[in-house]
Design a protein around this ligand. Structure first.
Ligand code: GLC
Length: 450
């Protein structure tokens, strides 16, 4: 067993040479994406958001947030002094709606907005002349045509509402809001990364410059401020000098020219609805880290090397885990690895020996570390692309998502790989939580229109 485990851990290791290779490829593919859109390239979507928040913005706005398994509605009050207040409700999105028809799906969302308004904004429902401006944080690749319109390129993260692809999602949602006569106007469609970027800029009251907003959660992605003149493919009208670009870096290296590709990655890809797309995301984000672990344990079990005593396990069932499993395992410092044992039992029905628990932890650690190292190449890719470290003394990155916030040592491991890639400059980069990014960011984008 030990020899097999060591070999697998080795297969997940990322050498310094590989890091540089990935960094080069990222810069190249991102630059290409800014010039032209192709089906398999990095989307690099111009978002039409051109104002960097100052922290002095004011007002109350609605935000609807669909990013993964939950739908959230909030009203956000910006206090004009880097602060905000937020009232929110959230609901899980039933799985059948995630893979059903767009009509039923947007009807469900509109109904939840109605429930929220009835509970928290009775005054709005009673006055016929009032209209709420809403930012719609829709965290999927949308090819934007303006601040509040755009067509869905493809679904990610397990969603698969086929008839919505190629449609204007704002229009689909607005129709259902209007059908309920809610007097809510979708003033902006916002990717969660753009929300993170805006919210972090709004809250940031120190001199370091926020230039990137990134998400490491169920999925992974980043948005950053780019010079409009460098976005070669942008043909819209724009007087501003900079614009937020939604990279959709989950689609970095879809053709696998440089990304590591173990047999476990191959098997995982085959199980996904967006097969052969978002290949970077499938190695980095929360939806996939637990599944990669399952793939490895399954192989070791099938070849008779691990968990021989467990007969009625459920290792063969895909997607039985989320990131919380490797994440909790990695916090285990007990001598007999109690937490690792509990997770194996709870999620896979596995009884384990101490050696098996040690082996499992080593594998989880290898998968999590590879994720952070690969992620670092994309972060440094954006720093290089923007030349931010040549322009500013210190550069700030706003982040959000379960992996960013809770995966043990994830950000520290990103920094470790950054040190390899950019040396001491790594110390001039700060990472911070983009607090309430999807709500505050959506409000800031809804406001931008005025
Ligand atoms: C997926 C989506 C992207 C989103 C990211 C994080 O990669 O395609 O739009 O930003 O997940 O939620």
């Amino acid at each position: 067993m030990q020899a097999a485990v060591d070999k697998i851990v080795d297969e997940f290791a990322v050498s310094d040479e590989k890091l540089f290779e990935l960094l080069d490829a990222f810069q190249k593919q991102a630059t290409e994406g800014l010039q032209k859109s192709t089906e398999r390239g990095m989307p690099m979507i111009p978002t039409y958001m051109t104002k960097v928040p100052k922290g002095t913005e004011k007002g109350t706005y609605l935000a609807a947030d669909l990013g993964g398994t939950n739908f959230r509605v909030c009203s956000v009050t910006l206090d004009g002094n880097h602060g905000h207040n937020l009232v929110q409700e959230k609901w899980p999105v039933p799985h059948d709606l995630q893979v059903g028809s767009s009509k039923e799906f947007f009807k469900f969302l509109a109904k939840k907005v109605q429930d929220f308004l009835c509970k928290h904004h009775e005054e709005h429902m009673e006055r016929s002349d009032s209209e709420f401006r809403m930012g719609f944080t829709f965290s999927f690749p949308v090819d934007q045509h303006s601040t509040n319109s755009g067509t869905l390129l493809r679904w990610t993260k397990g969603f698969d509402i086929k008839d919505a692809v190629g449609k204007d999602v704002t229009e689909l949602f607005q129709q259902e809001l209007d059908a309920l006569d809610l007097k809510v106007h979708i003033a902006a469609i916002v990717n969660d990364t753009v929300g993170a970027l805006m919210a972090r800029s709004y809250h940031n009251d120190n001199p370091s410059q926020t230039i990137v907003g990134c998400i490491f959660g169920t999925g992974t992605n980043a948005a950053y401020f780019e010079k409009v003149k460098r976005i070669g493919k942008f043909k819209g009208k724009c007087d501003a000098k900079i614009m937020a670009v939604n990279t959709e870096w989950g689609s970095f290296d879809n053709d696998l020219t440089v990304l590591p590709n173990t047999r476990f990655d191959v098997a995982l890809n085959k199980l996904t609805a967006n097969r052969d797309f978002h290949m970077f995301e499938k190695r980095v984000s929360g939806m996939f880290l637990g599944e990669l672990l399952r793939q490895v344990l399954l192989e070791l079990n099938s070849s008779g090397l691990m968990f021989k005593g467990s007969e009625s396990h459920i290792l063969t069932e895909p997607w039985g885990t989320d990131t919380s499993v490797p994440s909790i395992m990695e916090t285990d410092t007990s001598d007999d690895l109690t937490l690792v044992g509990e997770q194996l039992q709870q999620h896979f029905g596995l009884d384990s020996t101490l050696d098996e628990r040690r082996a499992t932890l080593a594998i989880a650690h290898a998968i999590g570390t590879r994720a952070a190292y690969i992620a670092a190449t994309a972060v440094c890719g954006l720093l290089k692309l923007t030349e931010a470290l040549d322009i500013f003394d210190s550069v700030d990155i706003g982040g959000d998502g379960s992996v960013f916030e809770f995966y043990p040592n994830f950000v520290q491991n990103i920094r470790k790989a950054m040190r390899v890639l950019i040396g001491d400059d790594e110390q001039r980069v700060t990472f911070g939580l983009a607090k309430d990014g999807s709500g505050v960011g959506a409000a800031l984008c809804a406001l931008e229109q005025e």
